[in-house]
Design a binder for this molecule. Structure first.
Ligand code: ZN
Length: 489
């Protein structure tokens, strides 16, 4: 959906007006629109309850739908997201071409401006579908819906202009992540991922360097090369760098993203059931790429570096094997006990590489462990950090945009889990505390006092459509990270 944020709405120019409102009926809207909505509410005896939705034929616009949000004090991200998602679905079903959306409520934990920005972004994604390879006539006919989101009347002109500009940047960035995540493994290969990074960089105006296999060998990235050995596709190592122009960057932040474009598990082969979902194993890389796109377009005041190691993980006669010992770029050695714990092996080299930028903060994003999904399900990303302040800032940013982070320990108590008889460490600590021992492994390669690891294995994609989002890649990471970077002094 193409969303424009505006202070006005010409009712005769749209076919369907959607009004999302709480029981308090606080209509913070331009006067004429407000009068029209008050009349619709009066005519329909609408009360704003959370289970209430009334569509009426209205003249100009042809239809008005009133959607209840319940009591304002009980309003949650879940509730508002569900209401917004329902707007997109209804608009599709009813073949609306031009719609207006009046959201008369705010997201919890967010300012009115931030809240309006998030709403515009979510409305834009409310009818998202990855349909590049659906050839039916119906899908070909599917045009884009034009939506005008009416900004709250109490937001001033400048704030509305900011919201309009920034929300479209965020929407584009989240779309980059979703399209890459949903893209199939035969098309989103490491080479293609790197090409996409270059496109994003060109369009957003940032620097992008792509290392091929020879250059990766020169850098002695033994982890990335080991995982790549089973694949016929060359690995890529992608570095995107944004530096603010005309001023000294306030901070340097490195973002590292796991880019396994397909994970079969390698010789430690995964079960066949749902293996197709392993095309999503590059969602960390996609989140970094989308964030870089947004950061450059929003011209944030920090130097931000996105680092993406990318390869497939497949079994073959040349594949790395359980029992192998691998020397990483850092010089540290890894005993491979499970080839399916490959994400951390490639991230090891990327974390080492990040030290050359001397970052103030280092954050990595990875669909790292099934254990994190067992612990937290799909409701929260696992957060592991050596810096309490960074952890609380990231958590607060996440709360504001509806991306929950839940902190897990990185205590030395877990260090024994990855102790190896034959090398400096082994790449899997077994099932118990699996998400934590994976984080402990990463920590061995971190040389930055302020580090956070986000295990997005449960949040990067939805197995099925829910009341709040479509099946497939969710775009998790971008909104929270951008919010964090905006607030970073
Ligand atoms: Zn794996």
């Amino acid at each position: 959906m193409n969303v424009t944020v505006s202070r006005e709405l010409t009712l005769s120019a749209i076919d369907h007006l959607y009004v999302l409102v709480t029981e308090e009926m606080n209509l913070d809207l331009p006067a004429r629109l407000r009068t029209r909505i008050e009349r619709a509410i009066g005519d329909s005896a609408f009360e704003g309850r959370s289970d209430e939705s009334i569509t009426m034929l209205a003249g100009a616009p042809r239809k008005i739908t009133l959607v209840g949000l319940g009591k304002a004090e009980a309003l949650s991200h879940r509730g508002l997201r569900a209401a917004i998602y329902a707007v997109g679905k209804t608009a599709r079903r009813q073949r609306d071409k031009k719609i207006g959306v009046a959201l008369c409520a705010s997201f919890p934990n967010a300012s009115l401006e931030a809240s309006t920005r998030l709403a515009a972004d979510l409305v834009a994604h409310s009818d998202y579908k990855y349909a590049s390879y659906i050839t039916s006539a119906e899908m070909k006919k599917r045009g884009e819906i034009a939506c005008t989101l009416v900004a709250p009347a109490s937001l001033d002109r400048r704030a509305v202009a900011r919201v309009a500009a920034q929300s479209s940047v965020l929407t584009g960035a989240v779309r980059t992540v979703k399209d890459l995540g949903n893209g199939p493994g035969n098309l989103v290969t490491p080479t293609q991922l790197a090409k996409r990074a270059q496109e994003v960089a060109r369009e957003a105006g940032l620097k992008c360097t792509v290392f091929d296999k020879k250059q990766i060998q020169k850098l002695k990235m033994g982890g990335l090369l080991a995982v790549n050995r089973g694949s016929a596709q060359e690995p890529r190592f992608i570095v995107m760098e944004y530096v603010p122009t005309g001023r000294r960057p306030k901070k340097t932040v490195c973002l590292v993203g796991k880019g396994i474009t397909f994970d079969s598990g390698g010789i430690s082969l995964k079960p066949g059931e749902r293996m197709e979902e392993m095309k999503f194993d590059m969602c960390g890389a996609a989140a970094v790429m989308g964030t870089m796109q947004a950061v450059a377009k929003m011209k944030l005041p920090h130097r931000v570096v996105g680092i993406i190691p990318s390869t497939e993980n497949l079994p073959s006669g040349t594949a790395y094997k359980p029992g192998d010992i691998v020397t990483t770029m850092s010089g540290k050695t890894i005993e491979v006990v499970n080839t399916d714990a490959e994400g951390r092996v490639i991230l090891a080299d990327a974390l080492t590489y990040s030290t050359r930028f001397k970052p103030d903060h280092l954050i990595d994003y990875a669909t790292l462990t099934g254990a994190c999904v067992i612990a937290l399900g799909g409701a929260a990303t696992g957060l592991f950090s050596t810096d309490d302040e960074l952890a609380s800032r990231l958590t607060a940013a996440g709360e504001e945009v509806g991306e929950r982070l839940w902190r897990m320990p990185v205590w030395d108590d877990y260090k024994d889990y990855i102790k190896s008889e034959w090398a400096d460490m082994k790449n899997s600590g077994g099932r118990a505390g699996g998400a934590i021992s994976a984080a402990m492994f990463l920590r061995e390669f971190v040389d930055c006092p302020s580090w956070a690891h986000l295990d997005i294995a449960g949040t990067a994609w939805a197995d099925n459509e829910t009341a709040r989002e479509a099946k497939g890649a969710t775009g998790v990471g971008v909104r929270a990270t951008v919010r964090f970077l905006e607030e970073l002094a």
